[in-house]
Design a protein around this ligand. Structure first.
Ligand code: ADP
Ligand code: ASP
Ligand code: MG
Length: 816
């Protein structure tokens, strides 16, 4: 004997029912001598509509009639499409009669204004009765003889309407007697429905048709159970949440049970029990791709090199916490808690109890939380009154994610990896449970984080292909556009060699902003941005936060103060920040410190290598020295590519203003060149280095020996150039003085003994700074380990291309 079950989508319409009919015929051919039992669900969506109609009627809303009309229409259409005209009339009239019955019941509900659980089961049972009758008639019409058998006469339950409990001894006897006595070869039966001892219709719980099939398979000792659905098997995760989920070719009964218990909807959790006890193999197959392998569920868990088999989740969970000092060491509290929940038919999904025994935490269906509170508070009324126990605490809006796998046993590090992965992505874990079978680790998290958590876990445990990085880029100017070009050029390399898939999910400049979950096409980002909405920093940040994507990195390639002020909101959501914008790190020490602390607290990266020396590894080198226990004693540096360029190119033959203009035109200056010329930019850089060395320093603490006449620094950038022309004699004098002494001019920054200063210096050929050309920077680190000969970092320290590549490197660092 074999049992096949077809789900709601498999019988959603005439076309699909046709597919079912051919699968059934092939199955029949497979066992010419044996019996084949086919269990059918309601047409997809019909169960919901029937329940809704009952609800509307009870609420006095007459629109239930329209809903029922639609149900009738769908079934009549199916009959007309599937059964030859000459044989239609009896089926059509049967369908009409059943639909009249549903309407009569709903009319009664409407008049009474009341819908009991028993009546609800009556109404909802028509879904499977109708669909199975139509399939049966269709097969008969095709000459595939079959017997329609009423599951209500074969499956006996208690009277717990809505999710009745099966009486297996009676059911098994009814089934084996019935099928043994019948000479038929093919039986069509409605899923989901059953009856209690008094003959009242009951149902087996939502999704219960799978269970019907398993009950019958167990009762008749079938050689095989096939569950035909709309996916090609049980997958590593819910494909609606994780686009990269993969089919599992084999899985053990226990694994299937755990996965379905924790939300893998593809099979109804109780389904496994009746077949497992008889060792009946279960196949999950796809009605729409019958040739696909599918999943085989059986006793053995085939090792596949991965200790985790799947990841699942259940939403709409509430956490109940029973706490109180009066619970410690006194037996019976948990018994009474669980008894009071069980008495109210509240199913417990997850349990945790700390070894301190002073709190028990239980996860249940959120819809039952208020009922649970009433029941539990009543049970512990005396203890609550006497202060030994707190009133039951309820938290809603939660979900459970679970890792499942038989081979997790005695493999250390799995939970560490799990919590590490979700922790890095800012997902807070409210409760944890691991069964002693070590087949499952589950965590209660906020419902809003489920999609992110599941995807992160799937990536970490299953995807050897790539890890996805989600970027939000603010700024598309000089550096920004170079960065986007580099990202585009490297996309393939990153995927192939580093297994990173970098997506630009959001992009903004001062005028426009645009988002795309699939990633903005880097070939046409300008067009996309142009068509975006008006830019709004607040909304941009809110969108980055609310998208709640894994491995998110915010990239600030602006020089904007407002942008620097939002980093804290991002870091606090575990979103990494990569900035070439120096404003944040050179703002008040308190804000710099706050950002560093937030990054540490929320496991995010705050990286700003390009704040000093553009793409040169200055901050990274300093961080490495510090981390390995070195102590910085002195830093001496030429940190302004702009000033270096200007003094390397100025010899009085062209005006100082012209040389500055050239530096700006070639992209070596800050957007406002006065920041460079005044020495402010160098002050910011030496301050950042001092801070990264562990010194608490603010701008006021730095001495600036500026060479710029004060008159140049007022008004607009245009005024600045004009005034510099007027002051040409001043610049010439500075140059001449140095040249006459055979020396070069360098704008040098120094940090020593907690003090920092910047200013123009004459350097001779012996100096480390003498041979410094173009826009180069150099930093000399004198430390305990480098006391005499400093550690030197030198090279091009300005320019959009090198800055962009520094930002790029930080992004990759943040990705790991
Ligand atoms: P049926 O109507 O055939 O009973 P269901 O809708 O009840 O089908 O179950 C199949 C659906 O379960 C799939 O379409 C899929 O979206 C969902 N699903 C959730 N988790 C998983 C998983 N781990 N593997 C496969 N499908 C899953
Ligand atoms: N029709 C029922 C439901 O939608 C049972 C099933 O499809 O398995 O819950
Ligand atoms: Mg189902």
């Amino acid at each position: 004997m074999q049992v096949l079950k077809f789900g709601g989508t498999s019988v959603a319409n005439a076309e699909n029912m046709n597919k079912v009919s051919s699968i059934v015929q092939q199955a029949l051919a497979r066992i010419p001598q044996g019996k084949t039992i086919v269990v059918i669900s309601a047409l997809g969506g019909v169960t919901d509509v029937l329940l809704q109609s009952g609800g509307l009627a009870a609420a006095g809303d007459e629109s239930y009639k329209e809903q029922l009309q639609k149900v009738e229409q769908r079934h009549l259409e199916a009959v007309k499409a599937l059964i030859p005209v000459t044989q239609q009339s009896s089926v059509l009239s049967w369908v009409k009669q059943r639909c009249n019955e549903i309407e009569d019941i709903c009319n009664g509900v409407f008049l009474l204004g009341e819908l009991s659980a028993r009546t609800k089961d009556r109404i909802v049972s028509f879904g499977e009765l109708l669909s199975s009758k139509i399939i049966s008639a269709r097969l008969n019409a095709q000459g595939v003889e079959n017997i329609w058998a009423d599951s209500r006469e074969l499956i006996r339950t208690d009277s717990h309407f809505g999710s009745a409990v099966v009486d297996f001894p009676v059911t098994n006897a009814l089934c084996s007697d019935f099928f043994a006595a019948s000479t038929g070869r093919l039986f069509i039966m409605p899923g989901f429905v059953a009856a209690d001892g008094k003959g009242n219709t009951t149902t087996l719980g939502r999704g219960g048709s799978d269970y019907t099939a398993a009950i019958i398979a167990g009762a008749v000792n079938a050689q095989l159970l096939e569950i035909w659905t709309d996916v090609s098997g049980m997958m590593t995760a819910d494909p609606r949440l994780v686009p990269n989920a993969r089919i599992l070719p084999n899985i053990s009964y226990q694994e299937a049970m755990e996965l379905s218990h924790f939300g893998a909807k593809v099979i109804y959790p109780p389904t496994i029990q009746p077949v497992m006890s008889k060792n009946i193999p279960v196949w999950i197959k796809n009605t729409f791709a019958p040739e696909d392998h599918g999943t085989l569920i059986e006793n053995d868990s085939h090792k596949n090199g991965n200790n985790i088999r799947g990841i699942s989740s259940i939403g709409k969970i509430a956490l109940l916490s029973l706490e109180g000092s009066g619970m410690v060491g006194i037996p019976g509290f948990s018994r009474r808690l669980f008894e009071s929940l069980a008495n109210d038919f509240i199913n417990v999904i997850l349990i945790t109890q700390g070894s301190s025994e002073h709190s028990i935490c239980v996860g249940i269906d959120e819809a039952l939380a208020d009922k649970a509170k009433l029941a539990v508070d009543k049970t512990f009324a005396y203890e609550i009154e006497t202060g030994r126990v707190e009133p039951l605490r309820i938290e809603k809006g939660l979900a459970i994610v679970a890792l499942v796998g038989d081979n997790m046993k005695s493999h250390p590090g799995i939970s560490g990896k799990m919590f590490g992965a979700i922790g890095r992505n800012g997902v807070n874990v409210r409760a944890i449970a691991q069964g002693s079978s070590e087949r499952n680790i589950s965590a209660v998290i906020s419902a809003a984080d489920v999609k992110k958590a599941i995807n992160v876990l799937h990536e970490d445990f299953f995807e050897t292909t790539y890890k996805q990085i989600n970027l939000f880029v603010a700024g598309t100017g000089n550096v920004g556009s170079k960065l986007l070009a580099q990202l585009k050029q490297q996309q393939q390399y990153l995927q192939q060699n580093m297994r990173l898939q970098v997506r630009i999910v959001g992009m903004a400049n001062s005028k426009k902003m645009v988002f795309s979950d699939e990633g903005i096409d880097l070939d046409n980002w300008r067009d996309h941005l142009q068509q975006g909405e008006a830019s709004d920093l607040g909304r941009f940040v809110e969108t980055v936060r609310s998208k709640n994507l894994r491995n998110s990195v915010f990239v600030d390639v602006t020089a904007n103060e407002m942008v620097a002020q939002v980093y804290d909101q991002l870091l606090a959501k575990s979103i990494s920040v990569v900035a070439c914008n120096k404003v944040a790190c050179s703002s008040a020490y308190a804000y710099y410190k706050k950002l560093k602390d937030l990054a540490r607290e929320y496991n995010a990266f705050f990286l700003f290598e390009t704040n000093v020396g553009a793409g040169l590894p200055v901050i990274g080198t300093l961080n490495d020295l510090m981390r390995s226990g070195d102590v910085v004693t002195r830093i001496q540096a030429v940190l302004s590519g702009t000033l270096n360029f200007v003094f390397n190119n100025y010899d009085g033959s062209r005006s100082f203003a012209q040389v500055v203009k050239q530096a700006q035109d070639e992209g070596y200056t800050e957007p406002d060149p006065r920041l460079d010329l005044s020495g402010t930019d160098v002050m910011r850089k030496i301050m950042i280095l001092a801070r990264e060395s562990g010194e608490r320093l603010d701008m006021e603490d730095i001495t600036n020996n500026s060479f710029m006449p004060a008159s140049c620094m007022v008004g607009s950038v245009e005024d600045f150039y004009k005034e510099m022309e007027k002051q040409e004699a001043h610049f010439k004098a500075i140059y001449q003085q140095a040249a006459d002494a055979g020396k070069k001019l360098k704008f040098v920054a120094k940090f020593e003994n907690g003090k920092a200063s910047v200013g123009l210096q004459h350097v001779d050929a012996q100096s480390d700074f003498y041979h410094l050309y173009g826009k180069d920077n150099v930093v000399l680190f004198y430390t305990n380990r480098y006391p005499d000969q400093p550690l030197v970092v030198k090279g091009a320290g300005a320019g959009a291309e090198v800055t962009a590549s520094g930002v790029f490197a930080d992004i990759i660092r943040a990705a790991h």
